[in-house]
Design a binder for this molecule. Structure first.
Ligand code: AMP
Ligand code: MG
Length: 337
């Protein structure tokens, strides 16, 4: 059944805001991708960042301040890194932001980006303006991810997915928005128009039939261990490689059963970032799935920018969670070396 109206009874104002912000952010990122796939800059951790990352963060930060003044935001980017990058980048960022929020003074644009330096108070927002930047650069999957946290738990989260179609969508309008409110389900609608459909995970219980989802980037996972997991679980199909939290949306759509975020052998100290997991995790849980770390511990979003209490992530359709945890334990994949 499709619904025209937002399908939630609580947190209506925040859900409405997240929908608007994700639509604005996803459209802006898509426009940048179509018009200007300029060179990416490298941040101090050598990960790539583009005009779209900064422009989307400025627009969503500005919208957030207008709708919920004074609330805390934790977001991936900051203006210092922008100004340390190629000089042309800052002016391109301003140009794209001005299309959405005309007449904004330049200093305001940089300040909106830096709203993302907020602190993890009792309640706060978490934003990844472009999750899967490497996918964005490859013209592949990426998402805009926004979530609202209360007392260390995600209460509301959404993914703006320009490259992921809602079921039954026409080929001309492939993008979607996925939105979840704690206790009220996960829902998908078109990026442009409202036609809400409820999401539920696959009912598969056989590990050999499990469809695995993994990072596209080899450097974000452990490829050898992934192969061993496939063998141990007896999965018949090879893992699907996909960038960004679009993987969580796929799981919630029932188009996959297991999602592993394993520690890369070159970065065994890596801590998952709050903005890479918050929105995706509530989407999977509210579709009936389960999300934990690789040891089965719940993800702790009370610690600010990084999930320092957790090791990696396992998301599943719920029914295959225990089998996946056993396989991880048997392979020693749930411990830092
Ligand atoms: P994915 O597209 O699933 O590979 O996830 C993309 C996210 O992985 C990016 O937003 C990065 O913040 C994050 N990332 C960067 N380096 C690593 C790493 N070594 N291990 C896991 N994730 C990483
Ligand atoms: Mg990210």
């Amino acid at each position: 059944m499709m619904r025209k109206k937002l399908p939630f009874a609580s947190h209506i104002n925040r859900a409405q805001f997240v929908l608007q912000a994700l639509r604005a952010g996803a459209r802006l990122a898509r426009t940048v991708q179509q018009e200007h796939l300029g060179p990416a800059a490298a941040k101090s951790d050598r990960s790539p960042v583009t005009v779209a990352d900064y422009a989307v963060q400025a627009v969503v930060g500005g919208m957030l301040e207008a709708s919920f003044p004074g609330e805390q935001l934790i977001a991936e980017e900051d203006s210092q890194a922008l100004h340390a990058g190629p000089p042309a980048m800052a002016s391109m960022v301003a140009e794209y932001v001005l299309r959405y929020l005309p007449a904004a003074p330049l200093e305001e644009i940089w300040r909106w980006i830096d709203l993302g330096r907020g602190s993890a108070e009792q309640a706060y927002w978490v934003l990844d303006p472009v999750d899967g930047t490497k996918g964005f650069l490859r013209d592949d999957h990426y998402v805009v991810a926004l979530a609202w946290i209360e007392a260390g738990q995600v209460v509301l989260g959404g993914l703006g997915c320009p490259r992921l179609a809602a079921p039954g969508a026409s080929a001309e309008s492939p993008g979607s928005v996925v939105l979840a409110v704690r206790g009220e389900g996960a829902w998908i609608t078109g990026l442009e128009a409202d036609a809400w459909q409820r999401l539920s995970v696959s009912q598969e219980v056989r590990p050999q039939k499990a469809r695995l989802l993994r990072s596209f980037e080899a450097g974000h996972t452990d490829e050898g261990l992934m192969d061993e997991l496939v063998r141990r679980l007896g999965c018949e199909a090879p893992p699907v490689r996909m960038d960004s939290q679009a993987k969580y949306a796929r799981l919630a759509l029932g188009e996959g059963e297991l999602l592993f975020r394993l520690l890369s052998p070159t970065r065994t100290d890596y801590c998952e970032k709050a903005w890479d997991q918050a929105a995706g995790s509530i989407v999977v849980e509210e579709a009936g799935g389960r999300v934990s770390d690789l040891r089965g511990e719940p993800l702790d979003f009370g610690r600010g920018r990084e999930l320092t209490a957790n090791v990696g992530v396992l998301a599943s359709n719920g029914r295959l969670h225990a089998a996946a945890l056993r396989a991880l334990d048997a392979l020693g994949a749930n411990r830092r070396p």
